[in-house]
Design a protein around this ligand. Structure first.
Ligand code: CIR
Length: 256
């Protein structure tokens, strides 16, 4: 059962962050409103929030997920693959030290973005991407092994349109994986029941399963119906402004 989440609202220069998409400039007021609704949804799912101050030193700092990988016993501080984001880890480390006493740290030349790490019931899929390199994946797999978890590396560098592994995969629980078409047939995912995201709705592959709820992005009706048909209670949130900056639901919090 998840109990807590760390969140950080978008800073005044949120629109100066990194993006690979061309959906226009984000509207800061709307982004803040969407972030507030996101926080309320997490609380509605039973999570207690640690709210960090907005940090304009790092325009991408609202995407806290990329700075750490959390297990029940230990926190692994990452070394984000984008140089402009490396310093974000310091503030998150400070917040995590209030909760965790056991830490591991990804060190140079390794890089890992938390968005590349998908936990599935004690097993971790680690995406090799433009942000997470082979050395970072190797260090992370070693730390996870020390903590008693298994892992598998998934090379997503050839797949167009996804920044991180979790842009294309979510674990629903019950041995079910949500996957975009490009990943659906990969042998590494054999043995799971696969819920495919309909073509044209691939952004919805990034969802949050929290304490019996499935938080999904608003505007993906076929996928939402498919989840409801499987018995999931969905909560749909508008993510338009974060999407403009390559962000999705999981990026906006660290959950433990
Ligand atoms: C970046 O490019 O790093 C940010 N603009 C978006 C990060 C999204 N994070 C995530 O999916 N975990």
């Amino acid at each position: 059962m998840l109990k807590h989440a760390i969140v950080r609202p978008p800073a005044a220069n949120f629109d100066m962050g990194l993006t690979s998409v061309d959906f226009g400039k984000p509207d800061l007021a709307l982004a803040r409103d969407q972030h507030a609704r996101y926080c309320a949804a997490l609380q509605g799912c039973g999570l207690e929030l640690t709210r960090l101050e907005a940090d304009a030193n790092f325009p991408d700092s609202t995407f806290v997920e990329d700075t750490a990988v959390l297990t029940p016993q230990a926190a692994i501080l990452t070394r984000p693959g984008a140089p402009s984001r490396e310093g974000e880890v310091i503030g998150i480390g400070r917040a995590l030290r209030r909760v965790y006493s056991r830490f591991h740290v990804i060190t140079a030349p390794g890089t890992v973005d938390g968005g590349d790490v998908c936990a599935a019931n004690g097993h971790f899929f680690i995406g090799l991407s433009e942000r997470t390199n082979a050395e970072g994946a190797r260090q992370l797999a070693g730390y996870l092994d020390k903590e008693g978890f298994t892992s598998a590396v998934v090379d997503i560098r050839g797949i167009d349109g996804i920044l991180h592994l979790k842009s294309g995969i979510s674990y629903l629980g019950e041995n079910r994986l949500v996957l975009i078409d490009a990943l659906a047939a990969w042998p590494v995912f054999h043995g799971y029941e696969i819920v495919r995201v309909p073509a044209g709705e691939s952004y919805a592959a990034n969802l949050l399963r929290i304490n019996g709820h499935a938080i999904i992005p608003a505007g993906y009706p076929c996928f939402e119906t498919a989840l409801r048909d499987l018995g999931y209670a969905t909560i749909a949130l508008d993510m338009s402004e974060f999407r403009k900056m390559d962000g999705a639901l999981t990026c906006l919090s660290l959950r433990f």
